[in-house]
Design a protein around this ligand. Structure first.
Ligand SMILES: [Zn+2]
Ligand SMILES: [Zn+2]
Length: 136
């Protein structure tokens, strides 16, 4: 679904910032940090970006993954499509900050407390990417 339809289906007004953020996240293969989004979306100021990400998350259109570096990275929720719909493992390079989706890999089996309802899974592997490991 295109961004305007996604916003309409979620009952959200179509603001330029929401469209820009959603378009960008849907076009990306990997999750993006706030700083990466800021660099890519010159027309969206800092505060608007924070608010927009919070709104899109609240509507279930965007999810986020926390890196061991304390930085959140955001992806568009597109079930069954490329991009980062979440619910899979990620690799985080602690040197350059790039996060890579590890699609189609088995997730570790974790026993949740009795009666708990799982809403998502998040598994992070971290280290240095090939490029960064090479320069070390
Ligand atoms: Zn991902
Ligand atoms: Zn790296």
């Amino acid at each position: 679904m295109a961004s305007p339809e996604l916003l309409r289906a979620a009952g959200l007004r179509r603001t330029p910032a929401r469209l820009a953020v959603l378009d960008h996240l849907q076009a990306r293969d990997q999750p993006a940090s706030h700083a990466e989004l800021q660099a890519a979306l010159a027309g969206v100021d800092d505060i608007t970006l924070y608010r927009t990400l919070a709104t899109l998350q609240g509507a279930g259109l965007v999810h986020r993954v926390l890196g061991v570096d304390g930085t959140w990275r955001y992806g568009a929720n597109r079930r069954g499509q490329p991009g980062c719909p979440g619910n899979h493992a990620h690799f985080l390079c602690t040197a350059c900050g790039a996060m890579t989706c590890l699609h189609d890999q088995p997730m570790p089996h974790v026993q949740v407390p009795p009666g708990a309802v799982v809403e998502g899974r998040n598994f992070l592997v971290f280290g240095r990417c090939a490029r960064c490991a090479d320069g070390a």
